[in-house]
Design a binder for this molecule. Structure first.
Ligand SMILES: CC(C)(COP(=O)(O)OP(=O)(O)OC[C@H]1O[C@@H](n2cnc3c(N)ncnc32)[C@H](O)[C@@H]1OP(=O)(O)O)[C@@H](O)C(=O)NCCC(=O)NCCS
Length: 149
């Protein structure tokens, strides 16, 4: 088992195949459409061509993509930061500590880019993800609130 940089030609399909599962788990009303997949494919193609702005790392189990993390360099009113946009493990690789490996790779990339902040969004009910992030020192800085109307 090893973490290595994303190889577009080899890994593109596996990362795209994970997109529906990743979004369905985090957004209960989400519907995975061909248009959504086409958008994600395009984002991934662009990211693969911009390795300084996009750190994508794969958890490789003897040639099989077991999971991946995708971190993007972004800028907002507070300055530049590393945005951990996607962390994903195939179901059979969850709850074995690999989430932490992926997060570590994302943070190493953020440091290497000279940035001092890692930021991410997570659905409150996604307990494994929330626990992983809290355990690594992530704290809540803003709330996204809603109510049925
Ligand atoms: C979120 C995700 C990456 C977390 O990865 P993970 O490897 O399962 O996370 P952890 O290593 O923290 O493990 C989670 C649980 O397994 C336990 N665990 C960790 N290592 C373990 C080991 N070696 N043996 C047994 N259990 C272990 C942890 O203690 C934790 O349990 P707890 O919450 O009861 O304390 C993974 O669940 C996932 O891919 N989910 C689907 C995609 C997703 O929702 N991504 C997040 C989007 S924001």
């Amino acid at each position: 088992m090893q973490i290595r940089p994303y190889r577009p030609h080899q890994d593109f399909r596996a990362l795209l195949d994970a997109q529906c599962d990743l979004y369905q788990l985090n957004f209960p009303r989400f519907v995975c459409t061909p248009a959504f997949l086409a958008d994600q494919a395009q984002r991934l193609r662009v990211a693969g061509r911009r390795p300084l702005e996009n750190g994508i790392f794969v958890l490789d189990d003897q040639g099989t993509v077991a999971g991946f993390v995708w971190v993007a360099v972004r800028m907002d009113l507070q300055g530049a930061y590393g945005s951990i946009d996607q962390v994903y493990l195939k179901p059979e690789y969850r709850r074995q500590g690999y989430g932490k490996w992926l997060m570590q790779a994302a943070e190493d990339f953020i440091k290497k880019q000279g940035l001092a902040t890692a930021r991410l969004y997570v659905t409150r009910e996604n307990h494994d993800a929330v626990n992983l992030y809290r355990g690594m020192g992530y704290d809540v800085t803003r709330y996204e609130m809603e109510r049925p109307i």
